[in-house]
Design a protein around this ligand. Structure first.
Ligand code: GDP
Length: 259
């Protein structure tokens, strides 16, 4: 059990400050969500919108500025080393990559990894083309259920993040789920992290904001459970003896090294 990438040890000491305590054992809901996310498999890559297959299942789009920690977040959430490709040249991977999720080979949701934006060295034309593709995707993708925006809290929301927020605002008002993930939270002090979180909560208008660290596994259970709930509904709680949430977790794959 302890070899599982998502196993948890009990709190170190009740007297330690909350943010220094070791995370408690994952709940059955979190374990089930992790097992589900671990089923992620590459489906297809689409350089343009017309190459995307029409799908019925809920789709979760992961977006963010280059270097925000998006690939690391996807690989950590799915407990796979190289599912999302962290390009050595930020901004180079300019396709939408889809990954299926679902147990027993039955796809019940899809992750969409959108190209990172804002990398200065990308030629202006390519940047504008991608802003159009991304804008069209966010506006027109019918099965889009949620947008997860990765943001490095040391930089805060950038101008392009704000543009993206404006683009999706009408859909959020109509029920599209939206989450700002403040990545690399391990690089902030507790006070800095809380301040960044308060600001992001004000900025996410109708959505949610959470702290996330792939390095410290912070926010991992929460985000995994949220994705599960968005796709299956929170009422579908696992029973303690349900084998569905006990299998498929042991794995030898680790997330990539972090800076
Ligand atoms: P992407 O361009 O958004 O896909 O970003 P990457 O996932 O490639 O991450 C960019 C850089 O941030 C890499 O050097 C990662 O190792 C680092 N990084 C990502 N997540 C974390 C984290 O949680 N903590 C720390 N300390 N570094 C991280």
């Amino acid at each position: 059990m302890n070899s599982s990438p998502i196993s948890r040890t009990p709190p170190k000491s009740a007297s330690a400050p909350a943010h220094l305590r070791k995370p408690a054992e994952a709940t059955p809901e979190a374990k089930r969500a992790h097992a589900w996310l671990h089923t992620a498999r590459f489906l297809t890559t689409a350089p343009q919108l017309e190459h995307l297959p029409a799908l019925e299942v809920p789709e979760f789009a992961f977006v963010g500025r280059s270097n925000a920690g998006k690939s690391t977040c996807i690989n950590t959430l799915t407990q796979q080393k190289r599912l999302a490709f962290a390009s050595k040249t930020p901004g180079r991977t300019q396709s939408i990559n889809l990954f299926t999720l679902g147990k027993q080979g039955v796809t019940d949701a899809v992750l969409a990894d959108l190209p990172g934006y804002g990398y200065a060295a990308v030629p202006r034309e390519a940047k504008l083309r991608w802003q159009r593709v991304m804008g069209n995707y966010l506006i027109t993708r019918e099965n889009l259920k949620a947008v997860v925006l990765m943001c490095d809290p040391r930089l805060g929301l950038t101008e392009l993040d704000e543009i993206l927020l404006d683009v999706i605002r009408p859909r959020v008002a109509e029920g599209l789920k939206f989450l700002i993930l403040l990545t690399k939270a391990d690089k902030l002090s507790h006070a800095e992290a809380q301040k960044a979180l308060s600001i992001a909560k004000l900025q996410c208008g109708g959505g949610e904001a959470k702290l996330f660290s792939a390095l410290k596994k912070q926010g991992l259970d929460e985000v995994a459970t949220l994705l599960w709930d968005w796709s299956h509904g929170p009422e579908d709680a696992p029973k303690p003896a349900d084998p569905e949430h006990q299998d498929d977790q042991g794995d030898d794959e680790e997330p990539p090294a972090l800076d």
